[in-house]
Design a binder for this molecule. Structure first.
Ligand code: PEP
Length: 251
C-alpha cells in the first residue's frame, strides 16, 4: 500500500509571534502549493492562531507540540484538545523525547493524550525512540516495544490508522548525529511489526512512520528512499524555510 510522505516541522520553544509569522509566511511561499507530500508546522502554543491565519488556504497544516487529556478545569499551564482545535490545529505531537526526559511524560500519559486527541478529532504524531545507552546495551527493542504498545493501548484499528509514529532515536535529536538510512529502516520495520501484532498486517502497512533526528537537506533523500520511512519530524532544519523545503523537495 502506498503511504503518502508526511513531513512535519517541530519548532520546539523557538519563534516569538513576529518570527513565527515570518517563518510560516516563507514556508507558504515556497511550499504552499505542495500536494504530493503532506506538510505540517508545529509552532509553540502562543503562535498557533497567528500561524493558522497565514497557512489557511495553503497545503500546509497546523500541528501543536503537546496537549493535555482533560477537557477543561483547574489544570494551570495546560492546553486542551478543544483549545487546539479552535486554534486551527490538525496534528498534535505526543510523547516527544524532550517531554519524556524533562517533563515527566510516561507511556501512560502518552496513551491518555493519544486517546483524548483522537476523540476530539486531532491526529496524533506519537514519538518513540531509544537513548544511546539503551541501544548499546541491547535494550532498544524492548524500549521501543514498550513505548509503541503503551501509546496504542486500547485503541481501535480505525483510531490507530489516524496516528503517525515518529521514530526519533534520542541520540540523534539536535546532535547532528543521524541514524543511517539502514538503521532507521530496520527500526521502522520493527515498529511496523509491533503494530501488526497489536492490530493487523493491513494496519501495519497503512500507518505512517516518520524518522526524526538531525534530518537535513543533505541526508533527507537517502532516509526517505528507505522502504519503511514515510516522512520526517524535523527540528532544527524546520526553522528556516529553505532547509525545510530542502527536505520536502526530495520527498
Ligand atoms: C525533533 O526534536 O523532533 C527533532 C528531530 O529535532 P532535530 O531535527 O533538531 O534533531
Amino acid at each position: 500500500m502506498a503511504r503518502k510522505i508526511f513531513i512535519a516541522g517541530n519548532w520546539k520553544m523557538n519563534t516569538n509571534l513576529e518570527e513565527a509569522r515570518a517563518l510560516s509566511q516563507s514556508i507558504v511561499d515556497v511550499l504552499g502549493n505542495t500536494t504530493d507530500v503532506d506538510i505540517a508546522v508545529c509552532p509553540p502554543y502562543t503562535n498557533l492562531s497567528a500561524v493558522n491565519d497565514i497557512i489557511k488556504g495553503s497545503a500546509i497544516k497546523l500541528g501543536a507540540q503537546d496537549v493535555y487529556w482533560e477537557e477543561s478545569g483547574a489544570f494551570t499551564g495546560k492546553v486542551s484538545c478543544d483549545m487546539l482545535k479552535s486554534a486551527g490545529v490538525t496534528y498534535v505531537i505526543i510523547g516527544h523525547s524532550e517531554q519524556r526526559t524533562y517533563f515527566g511524560e510516561t507511556d501512560e500519559t502518552v496513551n491518555k493524550k493519544v486517546k483524548a486527541a483522537l476523540s476530539s478529532g486531532l491526529l496524533p504524531i506519537i514519538c518513540v525512540g531509544e537513548t544511546l545507552e539503551e541501544r548499546k546495551s541491547g535494550k532498544m527493542d524492548s524500549v521501543i516495544d514498550r513505548q509503541v504498545k503503551g501509546a496504542f493501548e486500547g485503541l481501535s484499528s480505525d483510531d490507530a490508522l489516524k496516528c503517525t509514529i515518529a521514530y526519533e532515536p534520542i541520540w540523534a535529536i539536535g546532535t547532528g548525529e543521524t541514524a543511517t538510512p539502514q538503521q532507521a529502516n530496520d527500526v521502522h520495520k520493527f515498529i511496523r511489526n509491533i503494530i501488526s501484532q497489536i492490530f493487523s498486517e493491513e494496519i501495519a502497512q497503512a500507518i505512517r512512520i516518520q524518522y526524526g533526528g538531525s534530518m537535513k537537506p543533505d541526508n533527507a533523500k537517502a532516509l526517505l528512499e528507505q522502504s519503511d520511512v514515510d516522512g520526517g519530524l524535523i527540528g532544527g532544519a524546520a526553522l528556516k524555510a529553505s532547509s525545510f523545503a530542502g527536505i520536502v523537495n526530495p520527498a
